[in-house]
Design a protein around this ligand. Structure first.
Ligand SMILES: [Mg+2]
Length: 337
């Protein structure tokens, strides 16, 4: 089957329809209308088998995640997602795989009003690369380098669930058995397989947040990135980190380690001046998203953990190190900074 036929069959016209696409799939490149007064915001992220996902992962999960991880980067910028191009490398043209993959990707694209405007299929080891573009009013995009001393540091949702879910999926793969997972375990696995990007929250934070980043590599690492970029520091009270009931019930005392060091949550970590505290809590209520204040931005540098005794801090630092060292999917990841 020809590449163009596969693209036609599974992808053309299946995402959102947008009036600002002057020329979509079918020519050498797409032609898009950027509205006057808007800025184009562009990101890309790749998923590589064995690096970012386990072999034999369900194609439905991959189609969803490949787009969701890019949506999360645009959410962190406060952008409205608009257009995407897809580059798919497949070992073979497998109709069932393509059906599952495209169904979930296209469904998420329609929900977030993203049009697929270009695609490329080639043969090779399985990998999925999406470039996603979005729009924001001129100068309104959220950045990670504009937190100010005295701002509150918040995080959305609950943390650690996706990493815990991945750990459960790994254990299940080692045992090579299906079934037997509890409701809480399935909930954690779902957060890894079908993450939701905080697009509406990012958009609502324009004009409210002073800085923003998405939690893709773990709260500890990503919050520290935001602070470093902004030239500030913060003391993080560990007790204040929001944990789900599912995570606490399955992992008990380990829950906090997943919450601080586990990646793939795709929540937003952001700062806002104290005068916006009411606005922040109102928009959390309006969107039905839990927003938790976890620290106050201070002078200095780095993210210090408080609420642990000295011994636990040492253990925690060691586990941070182990965690990254033992995880092959971290190292080869190239993300825009
Ligand atoms: Mg990011």
């Amino acid at each position: 089957v020809l590449e163009s036929e596969l693209i036609e069959r599974y992808f053309v016209g299946r995402g959102a329809r947008r009036a600002d696409v002057a020329l979509g799939i079918g020519d050498d490149a797409a032609v898009l209308r950027v509205p006057r007064g808007a800025q184009l915001i562009l990101t890309t992220d790749a998923l590589v088998e064995g690096v970012h996902f386990l072999p034999r992962t369900a194609p439905r999960s991959l189609g969803h995640r490949a787009l969701a991880v890019n949506l999360s980067d645009l959410a962190a910028m406060g952008a409205d997602p608009s257009w995407m191009v897809l580059s798919l490398v497949l070992p073979e043209s497998d109709a069932a795989w393509l059906r599952g993959f495209s169904a979930s990707m296209n469904a998420l694209a329609r929900r977030e009003r993203v049009a697929l405007v270009g695609g490329n299929l080639s043969r090779g080891p399985l990998s999925i690369t999406i470039a996603l573009a979005g729009l924001a009013p001129h100068g309104a995009a959220l950045r990670r380098d504009e937190a100010r001393v005295g701002d509150d540091l918040y995080v959305s949702g609950t943390l650690g669930d996706a990493a815990a879910g991945l750990e459960l999926l790994r254990r299940a793969a080692r045992r090579a058995t299906a079934g037997g997972a509890s409701g809480a375990q399935l909930q954690l696995q779902r957060r890894f397989e079908y993450p939701s990007a905080r697009v509406a929250l990012g958009r609502a934070l324009r004009g409210v947040a002073s800085a923003c980043i998405d939690v893709s590599d773990g709260l500890y690492v990503d919050a520290a990135r935001l602070l470093r970029a902004s030239g500030c520091g913060a003391d993080l009270e560990i007790e204040s980190v929001p944990l789900s009931r599912a995570l606490r019930s399955v992992f008990g005392a380990q829950a906090v380690r997943f919450a601080l060091t586990g990646g793939e949550d795709y929540e937003l970590c952001f700062t806002a001046a104290p005068r916006h505290a009411v606005a922040v809590s109102r928009l959390g209520q309006r969107l039905g998203v839990r927003l938790t204040r976890i620290a106050r931005v201070r002078r200095g540098s780095g993210l210090t953990l408080t609420g642990l005794d000295a011994k636990s801090v040492t253990q925690f630092s060691a586990s941070l190190f182990d965690h990254f060292g033992s995880r092959p999917r971290r190292a080869p990841r190239h993300r825009s900074r």
